[in-house]
Design a protein around this ligand. Sequence first.
Ligand code: SF4
Length: 239
Amino acid sequence: MKLIEFFGPSNSGKTTAISKIAEMMKAQGFSIVTLKSTHHDLNYENDSKDSMNYLKAGSSLSIVIGKNESVLHFPKRIPLFEILNRFEYDFMIIEGESGFPMPKVLFLNGKEGLEWIDDLTIAIVGDAEVAIRKIAKGDFESLYDLVISKAMEPLPGDDCGHCGLDCKTMLVKILRGEKTFNDCIKLSKQPLTIEMDGKRVPLLPFISSIVSDVNVGILKNLKGMNRSGHVKIEFDFKV
Ligand code: SF4
């Protein structure tokens, strides 16, 4: 799942833009999760309204995270088992600053919000003299293209420090082309790695562990596998 964050002051057009992009993504066959992150206690009237709007626009799951509570909002009744197996989506667009390292798009309200630009901000929506990409308010086509091309799979986000950096600094360097996801030691130490045409496909650690554990469980029972040693498995197929 690829992530991107839309942040900026109130009334800067984030909610409208997310609804529109969700609608466009659904029309193109993508599955999308929307997430609203606020630092205050949830206001169920306003926050539920935004969440409903995202679901109506085409979001397959709308998440609202407040200071002391979190709400997962699906557009239909779902059996529990399906919920537990359901966190596989193409994109997640987050409204508000989540504090998680990911590419960010800043929505300006007039000139308000300019001071919020940081190293992870890849574009602004609004009009200002800045050295990063500018998208005009209401230009949802350009915003959609930006999300499709720049949203990224997440780094683990726990600042383990094994790479000598924190996760935010690593992402800044990846955005600048100075590092790649392979430089995240935690990701590269996963028991399962997948490459497509020689390029590493980012994998969530728990998915890597699940696939690895299932295969190890089966292979351990094969003849010739009854001793300890290093095992490497290669699949080679076209998709
Ligand atoms: S190794 Fe990966 S998870 Fe650890 S700090 Fe570096 S980027 Fe973050």
